[in-house]
Design a protein around this ligand. Structure first.
Ligand code: AMP
Ligand code: TRP
Length: 335
């Protein structure tokens, strides 16, 4: 039975417009790889973006930027379903319905909620609190089996599994319990200047992150001045977070294992190593950087791609929502 073997994938990205190599190595690279062997749903989550302060016009621009980055990176609307979250009202509806089986305390434990709410100066929105529940709805609406993400999303996926289990227990088997798919290398790319924390658009300075769309010169400068340590060995280990991070980045960019990278640079100095990392990253990003401008320019085409994706996505999500409503006793009963 082919339906038994079907493995569906769903993942999402926020439209920040400023994707960095952490996003690419931790997530987008896997998205592209999975397109041929799975049915993939990839969603640009504009509704998640309004949980922190935003500018409406910028949100639209950022959505096009992010969509164009994905397309330039090789996400192919012929081989996956690429869509905008807000085009599918089932996501927000399911988020609300799931709130009936999600514990307040579980949301309150979320590390990302604690971190992000602490950063807010004016308003800690209700949205930032239920953020993980909307994310659960994104995945559960499609009955996805696998969720390719970086390490920072592990806890959010645990939560959606718990919510799905609780729903199934209470209302009968309705949801597939999704599993995370976190890459072995690249799942947690660290800040180049403060390698004790992950590379992130919202914390730290530009010098600590390599953007997918910056110039080659900027990338070389940042990798060349990445923080290492007072030692001299290109090896992972205690107190060597900076070097370990560069080893991971180099490994993914070249397709080598981290052991192979350590062997390759045995006896080499940090200067030579960092130069090699910069060369590899620049080469790795070149196709994305070249493809981007023409794709970004054609907003009409981006809208057509998203509309097409939304039509396909909605067909699936609406079936799930009809089952959920029926199971919960909400709305017009089935005849
Ligand atoms: P976001 O931009 O926060 O929507 O993240 C998009 C994807 O990139 C998610 O799957 C994240 O887990 C992943 N990601 C974000 N930052 C990093 C990082 N520093 N290293 C690896 N993956 C990351
Ligand atoms: N919260 C995710 C992040 O910040 C983005 C996201 C939203 C997502 N919905 C999703 C990821 C569904 C995977 C599946 O990276």
């Amino acid at each position: 039975d082919p339906a038994m073997e079907a493995v569906d994938v769903l993942s999402g990205v926020q439209p920040t417009g400023q994707a960095h190599i952490g996003n690419y190595l931790g997530a987008f690279k896997t998205w592209v790889e999975l397109q041929d062997s799975r049915r993939c749903f990839y969603c640009i989550v504009d509704l998640h973006a309004i949980t922190v302060p935003w500018d409406p016009a910028e949100l639209r621009e950022n959505l096009y930027d992010t969509t164009a980055i994905l397309l330039a990176a090789g996400v192919d609307p012929e081989r996956c379903i690429l869509f905008r979250q807000s085009d599918i009202p089932e996501h927000t509806e399911l988020c609300w319905l799931l709130s009936g089986v999600c514990a307040h305390g579980d949301l309150n434990r979320m590390t990302q909620f604690k971190e992000k709410s602490a950063q807010q100066k004016d308003l800690v929105s209700a949205g930032i609190f239920i953020y993980p529940l909307l994310q659960a709805a994104d995945v559960l609406a499609y009955q996805a089996d696998e969720v390719p993400v970086g390490e920072d999303q592990r806890q959010h996926i645990e939560l959606m599994r718990e919510v799905a289990r609780r729903f199934n227990e209470r209302f009968g088997e309705t949801f597939t319990i999704p599993e995370h798919r976190i890459p072995e290398i690249g799942a947690r790319v660290m800040d180049l200047q403060e390698p004790g924390r992950k590379m992130s658009t919202s914390v730290g300075f530009d010098s600590g992150r390599v953007y997918l769309l910056e110039t080659e010169k900027e990338t070389r400068k940042k990798l060349g001045s990445a923080v290492t340590d007072s030692g001299r060995e290109v090896k992972r280990g205690e107190g060597k977070e900076g070097v370990a991070n560069l080893i991971g980045i180099y490994a993914v960019a070249t397709g080598k294992t981290e052991d192979e990278v350590e062997a390759e640079f045995e006896g080499a100095g940090y200067g030579d190593f960092k130069k090699a990392v910069a060369d590899a990253v620049v080469e790795f990003l070149a196709p994305v950087r070249e493809a981007y401008p023409a794709i970004r320019e054609d907003e009409g085409e981006i809208e057509r791609i998203l509309a097409d994706g939304a039509a396909k996505a909605r067909e699936i999500a609406s079936v799930t929502l009809a089952d959920v409503r029926e199971a919960m006793g909400v709305g017009v009963p089935r005849g």
